[in-house]
Design a protein around this ligand. Structure first.
Ligand SMILES: [Zn+2]
Ligand SMILES: [Zn+2]
Length: 288
């Protein structure tokens, strides 16, 4: 593949370097039935959240010509089951270190949905707003308000590319705004449409939890965060963690496109906009 970037059609040093350092992104599931994302190059990889069963994940990897053995490290956002249910099994079977805040690790330890626990030697702690080098990736966790033991988003730097993930977010804080403004590529939650949530079948306490400041981000809140904090450096946005009951991919896209348009931003022109599917893996995106 490297040759295609070389005018001399030679497998030169620069082409090899470019090819081997190309960052790719893939989603294996996004939403309450399981979240799992992969960032990888030819030589390293990070799995972000582990809410898809290992057997299914193995099948997905296989379908893309990838192997679970390529996973070098795992990052966890928070300890809700849809983000961690298979983390102990995956980590233990391949002796893969798992990075999370101390509170999230404690939460995983107490979560009965995580049947196989993370082995102690594989536990790695991260601190909010402190950058750690994880293989080829510079990883900075940051505070995200949510009703788990603790919750973080991640800024992940690889060469000149910055990737930011914000999921399970009750409301947008100044800290989150500043991280969004650093993103070239952004995964951000667009969980629900308030009217659909209000008129839907969920019990009152659950409606209040979802729409509350420690719950999930609505389409409108997501759009405002984008409109107010996107920079010219932002190239692509993926909407994640859409609710099956309280949202719809087309509704999320149209609502967000319309709010962006009112702010003078044209999705598809100023930056790409895509909805991640709940249970179906995405295509492989190249982050250049
Ligand atoms: Zn979740
Ligand atoms: Zn959650």
């Amino acid at each position: 593949m490297g040759q295609t970037f070389c005018y001399l059609k030679l497998f030169c040093y620069f082409c090899v370097k470019f090819c081997f350092s190309m960052l790719r992104f893939l989603s294996f599931g996004s939403g309450s039935s399981g979240n799992c994302y992969l960032l990888y190059t030819e030589t390293d990889s990070l799995l972000i959240d582990c809410g898809v069963g290992v057997r299914l994940l193995n099948k997905h990897f296989h379908n893309y010509g990838l192997q679970l053995s390529m996973i070098h490290n795992v990052l966890i956002t928070h300890d809700h089951a849809d983000h961690v249910k298979s983390v102990g099994s995956l980590s233990g079977a391949r002796q893969v270190p798992v990075y999370a805040t101390q509170k999230v690790h404690q939460g995983i330890g107490h979560n009965w949905c995580v049947r196989r626990k993370i082995e102690q030697p594989l536990v790695r702690f991260v601190e909010k707003d402190v950058t750690v080098q994880v293989g080829e990736f510079a990883v900075t966790p940051f505070e995200v308000p949510h009703d788990s033991s603790d919750c973080v988003g991640y800024l992940i730097g690889h060469n000149d590319v910055s990737f930011v993930l914000v999921t399970d977010c009750g409301h947008i804080t100044d800290g989150i705004r500043s991280y969004i403004s650093k993103a070239n590529y952004l995964v951000i939650e667009a969980n629900h449409e308030p009217e659909k949530l209000k008129s839907g079948p969920y019990p009152k306490y659950l409606k209040q939890r979802i729409s509350g400041p420690m719950g999930h981000l609505s389409n409108e809140e997501c759009a405002r965060a984008l409109a107010e904090n996107a920079t010219p450096g932002l190239r692509h946005v993926w909407l994640c963690h859409l609710s099956d009951e309280n949202n719809h991919p087309e509704l999320a896209r149209k609502t967000i496109e319309s709010i962006l348009r009112d702010s003078g931003i044209v999705a598809g022109k100023d930056f790409g906009l895509e909805v991640l599917k709940r249970k179906t893996p995405s295509e492989i995106f190249e982050l250049k």
